[in-house]
Design a binder for this molecule. Sequence first.
Ligand code: NAD
Length: 487
Amino acid sequence: MTLAPTNTLIIDNAQLIGGEWVPAANGDTIDVINPATREVLARIPRGGAADVDTAVRAAEAAFPAWRDTPPGQRAALLMRWAELVEQHEKELDLLESQEVGRPHWGPLGIPRQLRFIAGQADKVSGLSLPTNVPDAIGLTLREPFGVVGAVIPWNAPGPMFVNETAPAIAAGNTIVIKPAEDAPLTPFALAKLALEAGIPPGVVNVVTGYGPEAGAAIPAHPGIRKMGFTGSPPTGASVMAACAKNLVPLHLELGGKSPQVIFPDADLDTAIPAIVTSITLNTGQICAAGSRVVVDRAVHDEVVSRLADAMAHVTVGPWYQPVRMGPLINAKQHKRVLDYVQSGQDEGAELVLGGGVPDGEVFEQGFFVEPTLFDGVTPEMRIAREEIFGPVLSVIAVDGEEEALAVGNGTDYGLVAAVWTGDIGRAVRMARGLQAGQVTVNAALAGGALVGGPFGGYKHSGFGRTMGADAVLEYTQVKTVLLRGNA
Ligand code: NAD
């Protein structure tokens, strides 16, 4: 089977600036590879500060007309974008599988995501304010910032691209966005469909390149009025420092070390498969992955044995085979995950399952690792505190609710937390007590059960929210108006 079928959505060596597909100013390129085979899928421009500058100028030029486009018309254009995405959904899913290496999960749900945000475009409203004088009216307006900058990671490039782009433009901003160098092809395809939908040139600009080159140039550019970043905490901190220099507001979607807290009264038939999916989906490269099992000692042995059994049945292979788990994204991530496995063993955790590279010819080229389970993990170990971003699950035993809460909250992160219990009182106490932007009880967050739920972090997992109706408001600033008639 050829692994780079002529996906008509692949765009060769061009980035989108002011409605034109252009190479990098310096002509340099980066190869995008399929992480299962290392086969080159496409070349992309290796953009830098000069490309970002051209893109910001294009976005500035497009801003006044887009800001003044009636909100109902902006909504209609976003709806049309969603329709085109739906028509190309299979190709888009294939493209994302190819560049991320993910076996097919089923549709990514991007049209639904886009429609939800499109529906908010004409519902951005302010307040009417009381006045102390009879001939005046007070009100607030919610206005766009201007040019928004955004940098996104590689793990779910399509949904991430829409998460940043759709709310920003729905609110009347224009955007310059940089996808990750490892997985920019789905974002380009989505941008192409946005243009085809009639979203005017210059409203969505996509620049590609390496983080320290094209990425760092975005928050450093004086034309950027608002910034969004999704990625790792150290890079988030550097983007925040650049924003501080220019006094630009930002939101950060960073990593996680999300606990799965299991009590003795949990329904393990539901919990175990959900936990295994949470840590093996996308090969564990999901910010919301439930990577720590915090389990009451009363059910510890049963939980570990059932987790080991379920994880041993997770099939691994290239995305085009009917398997559940693909490779990691690149050589750096591969080394990082294997180093964490070593650190778990060095610190005294018990390796129950996996920990290595699977055997077989098909695994020789790609960046594969086995689903990995550690027991006997203590909260101070690195594998209990640091985000691995791989299919490595750490089990920590606790005694009772108080310790479960303390361990659950015992990392710098606070993105997602899941609680598994049959006791409603305990569920409420845990939902209130867990320091995370999202808490689920007897359920996983994935799967689209929730409509319009805001998504974001507590603590070092970031701040600001994407996805819900508030996401559009994040891209507006409030103007207070006092309107007084002539005396
Ligand atoms: P990363 O921070 O290395 O890269 C993310 C993006 O930042 C890429 O586009 C990269 O090119 C760019 N970048 C790198 N250096 C930069 C710099 N100096 N200035 C500006 N941009 C720069 O992260 P990653 O390893 O690609 O992604 C994995 C991380 O992303 C994990 O920590 C994961 O938890 C996090 N993530 C969070 C969410 C969320 O919603 N909270 C979602 C997905 C991924």
